[in-house]
Write a new protein. Structure first.
Lengths: 123, 199
């Protein structure tokens, strides 16, 4: 069984890592988690993003956050990527599969996936 | 909503919006019923807002004038023959005992009962998004005495206040390793409960 002592080990490991964590996260990924987002399937999308970011050791570079309704409920689940001075990228109707692809191609590879963005839907 | 756990995630966020630093999610389940309670120590609702909160056209959101969180939970409960109750004490009235509690009652054997679904993901999602809030999650599963055994009840629980004592200020609840631990500890408890109650 999992025990609280295991948390003490996690803390120890984290304390050793703190020194290495100087570099600030410069990519922020926001998932719409209001009623509309949740009903449309945002929870598994968020969890996929969190897992993939952790799996690929991107935690120093990328933070995944939850946000409210941004007023485009018909396009939920919505994932927005903010990176430095670059224009924000808004992905719509995201699924866990698309989320994995976004991590791989956009967050790691640096190439936004145009076909999943709101711009593509409006054309 | 396809799962009650999604309604729970949605409603718990209202508590966080209300500046709660403690959110208690309690599930009491028998063979045929489910009682859900979400209780917080946030700033509460005015009697006027409390009276109108069942109405979809009553909302705190600013992007539009429709809010569906509570109406959707109410619908999910009422379509099984159950219902919801709400009580709230405003911070401006009683800062020591302020907060809101919403309870919902479901008949599990009703055709229109929405399954609880992935409640572990809901807990993890709350910790990930709002790691500064404390959560007490308690799920009691009671089984009536039957031909194949005596009555028994199992409790699945998580109290982030206990976790915080060990994690200190260094490690947030949203740390990926901590989230993984939470997922594992809850899933282990559910697996053990399943074995006991032989569902």
């Amino acid at each position: 069984m999992k025990s609280l002592e295991e948390l003490a080990k996690i803390r120890e490991r984290m304390q050793n890592k703190v020194v290495l964590r100087e570099g600030q996260a410069n990519i922020r990924v926001a998932v719409g988690m209001a009623t509309c987002g949740i009903a449309a399937g945002a929870r598994p999308v968020l969890n996929t993003l969190v897992e993939e970011v952790a799996k690929r050791n991107l935690n120093d570079k990328v933070t995944v956050t939850q946000t409210g309704c941004i007023g485009m409920c018909r396009f939920e689940p919505i994932v927005e990527v903010f990176e430095g001075d670059k224009e924000r990228v808004t992905y719509i109707k995201v699924t866990p599969e698309k989320a994995k692809e976004i991590v791989e191609k956009h967050l790691v590879g640096g190439n936004p996936i145009a076909e999943y963005t709101i711009g593509a839907a409006e054309n | 909503m396809k799962e009650l756990s999604l309604n729970i995630l949605d409603i718990a966020q209202n508590s966080i919006t209300a500046e709660a630093d403690l959110v208690e999610i309690t599930l009491d389940e028998t063979d045929t019923t489910l009682k859900l309670s979400i209780k917080d120590n946030g700033y509460g609702m005015s009697p006027e807002f409390l009276a109108s909160v069942h109405d979809p056209f009553s909302t705190t959101r600013t992007t539009r004038k429709v809010g569906l969180g509570i109406p959707l939970l109410k619908l999910a409960a009422e379509q099984t023959g159950g219902g919801i109750t709400l009580s709230s004490v405003q911070r401006s009235v009683d800062p020591e005992n302020c907060g809101t509690e919403i309870t919902a009652f479901f008949h599990k054997d009703h055709l229109d009962f929405t399954p609880l679904g992935d409640i572990v993901s809901t807990v993890c999602t709350l910790l990930q998004g709002f790691p500064d809030v404390d959560y007490v999650f308690t799920h009691t599963i009671s089984r009536a005495a039957g031909e194949d055994g005596a009555a028994e009840s199992t409790v699945i629980s998580l109290d982030t206040r206990d976790m915080r004592v060990i994690l200190g200020d260094d490690v947030p609840l949203s740390d990926p390793m901590v989230l993984l631990w939470v997922r594992d500890t809850l899933e282990e408890q559910y697996a053990a409960a399943g074995a006991h109650t032989a569902q």
